[in-house]
Ligand binder design. Structure first.
Ligand code: ATP
Ligand code: MG
Length: 759
């Protein structure tokens, strides 16, 4: 009879099995992509529960995204049943929110604190910098924010930052940092980095609190350990505890791959994985060498690229899935041509029944590259989903509505309060706001308290009109506040906000079609809130009033959380390579392999950044299971300027016999053959690409666009007879996609004198 352990260990190789069974000393599993690190972690949890009588409440596992956490929990539940629910499986940030909500009072905060995301952070830093009279040109809020974030990731407090500062910028940063922290405190708020930093502070300052968590969590596990920063590293150490103490240290198991460290810009350091054995002297290290994800061709390409990085430990990684298909290479004329190629291939693969849409992913280096793909996918009716980019929760109207909710949940949240003070417009101008703010600073009271004083006419320099407007606002917020006190459903509170403030009515009355989209987005937010209210609370979860719980959920939604469910959604997934970490797809299109794009411009002159970009290339390639496409464009428009980009140096690092080049760079003597662009009388448009014809160029800008409709037949001087498939844009941006039969399908600009006649 097969024991349950046998069942859990059956489909693991010997090294994986050792990692799952290992007990006692700290364990590090290091291995290349697709070697089953995440699988080991998941299986280890199931094994602890099933075979080592560990209680689920004793398990803490940390993943890189909330989505990965949910998946891991689900997998474990599949193996051991519903009791998996009371484990803590979450991201670092979610875990810290949970701890901080419980322990906020210990740190002198109240447990309804707000969580500031990067936009809120930047707003508050802007306010602080303005109060400190800093020249915004010299000290941009963005720059200050990055520096402060770096300090927090290194667990450096404002005083230490000031003491360590060696130049003017660092001194200013320290100064802003100090005021910023004070203002965060006054707002009863934490930013993202604080969640980690303050939790560390909590555990280090209050031994009894630390002891509580150490007693509780006897098993700590971390996935993607190569992307932890110093603060996260310290947090793990504090949770695990030291030998020799009253409580023996928790069992620690971390898995990772130094070659996949791609978050240095957020302070991640491979030091943590490279020096694990120094940090935990009795550690055991297990290497995994078999890759179960990709075909050998894909793996060979990935290994070839990453082996160019200096100072790395070489690993063996092999696959027995066979050589597989060759990698397909494609050199496009420009980004539109590249997108058309990708769309065409997807169509072909799906039509051939080989894969379905959900098994396909398209990667790019930066979010703004998604637009071109979206355009063509929409035109062709190809279902897709973009992960990341301008996210739902970053849209103005959504943020406004959430700012109302946040102000209601936490009146001290000054950033949210000031955001909505005059939204929609209610006659509280900048001057009035400044008066109230100055008063609040001087009296050392919160902005919300100062508003109340303004109603009682205690704020100087405020004119009666503003005072009345403020009184109306305070009254409105008090009314809404009653709903919060009654613990009404968050969806009802949100509805009341949209009604009573007149926010929705104003948008509905607007002529601007964008405003109608905004109304839809707000309705979508109400739906999200409604669903949230109806969610069943997991067993053992603390019952939290729905408003704070809802806001917490919303604050922590990371990019990767909107990744569609592979099975349920028949859509192609578009995302940056960063977001793709840890994922796998049967078919991957990795695009934009150009020096200056990927590797990123910033990295070209910097060996450390270049090494990080190369790791990113490694991550991108190793997401593919069966088919990998690599493409680049000869000309790409960025920021409205077309530029000719050379091939990515990483392409040259792949053994060329692994690549089947479907289209190569046309030789310079015969450029016409490769051109898929319309000519214009003024010349030059073809090489400028479609995206943004420079406005103001005389000659063609005023020429009327040719009027075409789908289905029209045309004859083109170069391509011959064709049928219009689609027409997009208007005026300067008008284009037509025309099927010219054997000459291919071409997208042409319709402005200027097109050498084409409508039949
Ligand atoms: P990454 O470095 O990209 O995070 P990873 O090392 O975490 O990769 P997993 O995602 O755990 O790798 O595994 C990659 C794939 O290989 C998954 O589909 C997994 O189910 C499969 N796999 C792992 N180990 C085995 C095994 N022993 N037998 C069969 N399939 C396996
Ligand atoms: Mg993994």
């Amino acid at each position: 009879p097969v024991s349950r352990a046998g069942h859990l260990l059956d489909d693991l190789n010997p090294a994986q099995r050792r990692a799952v069974e290992h007990a006692g000393s700290p364990l590090l599993v290091v291995a290349g992509a697709g070697s089953g690190k995440t699988r080991v972690l998941t299986r280890r949890i199931a094994y602890l529960l099933a075979e080592r009588d560990v209680h689920p409440g004793q398990i803490m596992a940390i993943t890189f995204t909330n989505k990965a956490a949910a998946e891991m929990k689900e997998r474990v539940a599949d193996m051991v049943g519903a009791r998996a629910r009371s484990m803590w499986v979450s991201t670092f940030h979610s875990m810290c929110v949970r701890v901080m909500r419980r322990e906020a009072k210990t740190l002198g905060m109240s447990s309804n604190f707000s969580i500031y995301d990067s936009d809120d952070t930047r707003r508050l830093i802007t306010l602080v910098a303005r109060d400190l009279d800093l020249d915004p040109k010299k000290y941009a809020a963005r720059t200050l924010a990055i520096h402060i974030s770096n300090l927090k990731n290194e667990l450096i407090d404002p005083e230490t930052a000031a003491a360590q500062a060696t130049n003017d910028l660092e001194r200013r940063v320290a100064e802003v940092y100090a005021v910023y922290q004070r203002r965060l405190g006054e707002s009863n708020s934490l930013d993202f980095d604080d969640l980690i930093m303050r939790t560390v502070e909590l555990l280090q300052t209050f031994p009894d609190v630390a002891e509580h968590y150490r007693r509780r969590f006897r098993h700590v596990m971390v996935d993607e350990y190569q992307d932890t920063n110093h603060a996260q590293y310290t947090l793990v150490r504090e949770l695990v505890g030291k030998a020799g103490g009253e409580i023996p240290p928790a069992e620690l198991c971390v898995v990772g791959d130094a070659d996949q460290s791609i978050y240095a810009f957020r302070g991640a350091t491979i030091r943590n994985i490279v020096e694990f054995e120094r940090d935990y002297p009795d550690a055991t290290t297990i290497l995994l060498e078999q890759n179960y994800r990709s075909t050998q061709n894909i793996l060979t390409a990935a290994n070839a690229v990453i082996s160019r990085n200096p100072n790395r430990r070489d690993k063996t990684l092999w696959s027995d899935l066979g050589e597989g298909e060759k990698i397909v290479g494609y050199v496009a004329d420009n980004e539109h041509d590249e997108a058309a190629f990708v769309a065409g291939e997807i169509d072909r693969l799906v039509d051939g029944g080989e894969v379905n849409n959900s098994e396909i992913a398209v990667f790019y280096r930066t979010n703004n590259q998604s637009r071109v793909f979206e355009e063509i996918f929409i035109r062709l009716g190809l279902p897709y989903r973009v992960v990341g980019g301008v996210r739902f929760y970053e849209r103005r109207e959504v943020r406004d509505a959430l700012a109302y909710l946040r102000t209601l949940a936490n009146p001290e949240d000054t950033v949210s309060l000031r955001r909505i003070l005059n939204v929609p417009k209610r006659g509280i101008g900048d001057r009035a706001e400044a008066c109230v703010s100055a008063y609040a600073e001087r009296e050392r009271i919160s902005f919300a308290a100062a508003l109340r004083e303004a109603v009682d006419d205690r704020v100087p320099m405020l004119n009666p009109r503003s005072r009345n407007a403020i009184a109306g606002f305070v009254e409105l917020m008090d009314q809404l506040g009653e709903m919060v006190e009654r613990e009404d459903d968050v969806a009802d509170i949100l509805e009341a906000v949209l009604e009573k403030t007149g926010y929705r009515t104003e948008l509905e009355a607007s002529e601007d079609p964008q405003d109608h989209t905004r109304v839809e987005n707000l309705n979508e937010l109400v739906t999200v809130a409604r669903e949230f209210t109806e969610l069943e609370l997991p067993e053992g979860a603390d019952p939290v009033p729905s408003l704070p719980a809802f806001l917490e959920r919303v604050s922590l939604v990371a990019d990767a959380d909107s990744i569609p469910d592979a099975e349920s959604d028949g859509v192609v997934t578009l995302m940056t390579i960063h977001t793709a970490k840890g994922l796998e797809y049967p078919v991957v299109f990795s695009t934009g392999w150009e020096d200056g794009v990927f590797p990123h411009m910033r990295a070209l002159g910097d060996p450390a950044e270049l090494a990080e970009e190369r790791r990113l290339a490694y991550v991108g390639i190793t997401r593919a299971q069966q088919r990998l496409y690599l493409s680049r464009a000869l000309v790409r428009s960025a920021w409205g300027q077309p530029s000719a980009n050379p091939a990515s140096r990483f392409l040259g690092e792949i053994p060329q016999d692994l690549i089947d080049w479907r289209r190569v760079e046309p030789s310079r003597s015969a450029p016409a053959a490769a051109t898929t662009w319309g000519r214009s009388a003024s010349g030059g448009i073809a090489s400028r690409g479609l995206s943004r014809p420079a406005p103001g160029k005389a000659g063609w800008k005023d020429a009327p666009a040719m009027k075409l409709e789908p289905g029209d037949r045309v004859t083109h001087d170069k391509y011959g007879l064709g049928r219009v498939v689609a027409v997009d844009g208007a005026g300067l941006r008008a284009t037509a996609t025309i099927d010219f039969g054997n000459s291919g399908t071409v997208r042409l600009m319709l402005i200027g004198s097109v050498p084409m006649t409508k039949l």
